[in-house]
Design a protein around this ligand. Sequence first.
Ligand code: XIL
Length: 331
Amino acid sequence: KDLKPIKEAYQNDFLIGNIASAEDLSGVKLDLLKHHHNVITAENAMKPDATQPTKGNFTWSDQLVDSALAQGLSVHGHVLVWHQQTPAWMNTASGSPLGREEALANMRTHIKTVMEHYGDRLISWDVVNEAMNDNPSNPSDWKAALRKSDWYNAIGEDYVEQAFLAAREVLDAHPEWDIKLYYNDYNDDNQNKAQAIYSMVKELNEKYAQTHPGKRLVDGIGMQAHYSVNTNPNNVKLSLEKFISLGVEVSITELDIQAGSDGVLTEEQAIDQAYLYAQLFQLYHEHADHIARVTFWGLTDATSWRSANNPLLFDKNLQAKPAYYGVIDPA
Ligand code: XIL
């Protein structure tokens, strides 16, 4: 409580986010969440398997969204199109890919229904998540670098473009909404993968601008930033600057840094982790004009999806780790 709020340290730079479920929005968790952050992402609740488990039957996270807004927290939408946590019916039948038209219709209906439902209660959406292979060998050929996912197999190599066109159509029908459309991916520090993402977004935006002068199809690139103490911050810098050079905004969407194992973090590992957090925040600060949001993927090491590797700023007892101080005072 007496700690300096992270959101205050970066109030002139970008939003500071974390993940939240509806249960997190009360008690001591809400205190910690609100003290340091001004935007949330649902860790799982807005993924396709949670939102439309069976065709035409939607489950909404209105309680999460509305309590966040009532607490003064903005909400980012995660995620509309992904190869994981997606119900099989959307793009396959008995394990085989659906035909293009049927899969496309399912994808478009999902995007439209979900975006229309949440409307401008959200500030941005991850429209497509993790479409690229890791470390593609020929990254300028981004189509060849696409993951051969169920969506890819059913729709083909334009499925990313089709997803963004569907999302853009929704926004065009509601010009009063201010919502940014993101492409989001991990291993963003890998230069081959970053190049493939760069090439894809460049081509999609250039193509769209031919028929919609001055407009973009993809507004932003999300760098998930699931790192480890061995991540080279110079690679992060190269990727960040590459994405910024496209003229899109960038957000750091799922930041955590693995250190130690089995829930054990030595003093030395804690310092290494703090140092990398500090280097990253220095980098983010230097590029703050182009960064909309930096979101951590969890509040404490106890509840992290990678809790064995102690990746966050607060320990299992909600105490600030050296990593917190690295973020607060990176210089
Ligand atoms: C993770 C959640 O944290 C886990 O609870 C869940 O079991 C699996 O998904 N990339 C993403 C996130 O875009 O949605 C993932 O979240 C982590 C990797």
